[in-house]
Write a protein that binds this ligand. Structure first.
Ligand code: ADP
Length: 245
């Protein structure tokens, strides 16, 4: 579960307000799109979840961790629960696909036998089993992003966070990548995807949270959920908490 209660955050360097009284709760197993214009605060929202930015006020919980009180030494434990995917893939160019994915498991000292089993499982999941010996520059853009997704999954994290994962991909590949996130969500992971690609968002039936100038200005449940939970569909405004509680 991810929960923000009255969260505000400013960047110290320039005083930019990144999050302004944000209230949101993402339950285990949900798939949520975070949308909004450039500079709206989407990456800041993710940075807070990842423990990379501290908030100025409010409460943030990610799984069992309260990020307002988390100790520096606990951060690696938090991050192990998170699988993170970036727009620019961030693969290590000199390492094979296999090693890029295995790397995260070697860092935590898992035995080679377990690593092999797990890496093969996730590479199969992203449909790249046949490319395990390739270097990243021998892959297409879509394949590179699938390697990055395999790497994010390899630790078996409960939450997958993706920041503009289709930003470098054409519409067809973008759709493939989003379908892969769907599959991962169906396997039980919570998925949070930041994107500004509304056309893509429309093709999938998931909750959509819109951020503008650091505020959540709308929070619309997936179409499939709307009839089940009417109160949840209430517009976000000053009274909405009372409606939904
Ligand atoms: P988005 O991801 O929606 O494009 P961001 O979260 O990156 O938006 O930015 C929110 C606001 O915070 C913007 O005004 C942006 O200029 C500012 N900002 C983002 N990152 C930094 C940073 N590292 N230092 C200072 N200001 C930042």
């Amino acid at each position: 579960m991810i929960e923000f209660k009255n969260v505000s955050m400013k960047y110290k360097t320039n005083g930019a307000i990144a999050l302004d009284d944000v209230n949101v709760r993402i339950d285990d197993g949900e798939f949520v799109f975070i949308v909004g214009a450039s500079g709206a605060g989407k990456s800041s929202f993710l940075n807070v979840i990842m423990g990379q930015e501290k908030v100025d006020s409010g409460i943030v919980k990610v799984g069992p961790y309260s990020l307002t009180t988390i100790k520096r030494r606990e951060l690696p434990h938090l991050r192990r629960r998170l699988g993170i995917v970036f727009q620019d893939f961030r693969l290590i160019p000199k390492m094979s696909v296999y090693d890029n994915v295995a790397f995260a498991l070697r860092v935590i000292g898992l035995g080679e036998k377990k690593i092999t089993k797990r890496v093969h499982y996730v590479l199969k999941l992203v449909d790249l089993a046949s490319k395990s010996d390739c270097l990243p520059n021998q892959l297409s853009q879509g394949e590179r992003q699938r390697v990055a997704i395999a790497r994010a999954l390899v630790n078996n994290p409960s939450i997958i966070i993706a920041d503009e994962p289709t930003g470098n991909l054409d519409p067809i590949l973008s759709n493939d990548i989003m379908s892969l996130f769907d599959k991962i969500n169906a396997l039980g992971a919570t998925v949070v995807v930041v994107t500004h690609d509304l056309e893509l968002v429309r093709q999938f039936d998931h909750r959509i949270v819109t951020i503008e100038e650091g505020k959540i200005v709308s929070d619309v449940p997936a179409r499939a959920k709307r009839n089940e939970d009417v109160s949840f569909a209430a517009p976000v405004d000053a009274d909405s908490e009372e409606v939904s509680e």
